[in-house]
Design a protein around this ligand. Structure first.
Ligand code: SF4
Length: 64
């Protein structure tokens, strides 16, 4: 699984950082979140899906 963030949609509420800090990091300067990994480790896929589901502006794009 791969994941990316649409920076135009991200409103920087940090929810994804709380749900899965291993994959999503908050960029204090840009006030958006960034993806830390190329490939999502298997054991984190469930959390990444949850973060995508919970992202209000639907800025998290999951590629299976
Ligand atoms: S949950 Fe969505 S809107 Fe919130 S910081 Fe993460 S990507 Fe941005």
């Amino acid at each position: 699984m791969r994941v990316k963030i649409d920076y135009d949609l991200c409103m920087g509420d940090r929810n994804c950082n709380k749900v899965c800090p291993e994959v999503f990091e908050y960029d204090e300067d840009q006030m958006i979140s960034r993806v830390l990994v190329d490939e999502v480790p298997d054991h984190l896929e469930g959390l990444v899906r949850r973060a995508a589901d919970e992202c209000a502006p639907k800025a998290i794009i999951v590629e299976e």
